[in-house]
Write a protein that binds this ligand. Sequence first.
Ligand SMILES: [Fe+2]
Length: 244
Amino acid sequence: MNPITRRQWLTTLGTTSSAIVLTQLLPTPAQADEAKPSSPYATLPPLPYAYDALAPYIDERTMTIHHDLHHGAYVKNLNAALDKFPKYKEKPIEDLFRILNKLPEEIRRTVRNNGGGHYNHSLFWESMGPKTDNSEPIGELATAITKDFGSIEEFKKQFVEAGMQRFGSGWVWLAITRKGNLAISTTPNQDNPCMVSDIPILGNDLWEHAYYLTYQNRRAEYLAQWWNVVNWTAVNDRYKKAIA
Ligand SMILES: [Fe+2]
């Protein structure tokens, strides 16, 4: 038997009775508001340059997949989790990282992994740009790096070594510690220095999705070539803002 269509069903009912039935079936305005997902907490930021702008150091396809699909999924998953507990949407994401253990268990892991993924990648895109002559740290940041690591060369060497030592997926960071100095650290998965109350200044993505199409298993080569696309003006601006 063919299922009855909505039109046939309404025609079968009288005008009055159909109105009653519809009134009973339709949600009240309050119910409709409750059912409707609230506005998204996070949005996928557009890349501040073209997908092919970092080639040949990071290829166009990697950038497209990495930004649109990987980062896009972190944003979608984070929003879905916070739709269940809208009160946390009022807080900056850095604050959510600091209170991870106090978040409802139902969303704690999602905020950590997908919120971390959203924050880390947003910072990552902003820290890069097309290769320019400005390929070394500048300004106040250059002074601080030299003070805390001895030289720019020594900092870069230690950063790459730390990135190589992180087993599996994760990130390597330059961050301002609670003592106010700069330090290199690594984190697993999508964790970041905010989760230990440090302030990340620069981070490189050690997940294979960040480099595999061009470099395959050669993480050391990726880490070495990555310096060509670091936007030191943006990183120095972030440092100055953090210490202001
Ligand atoms: Fe990534």
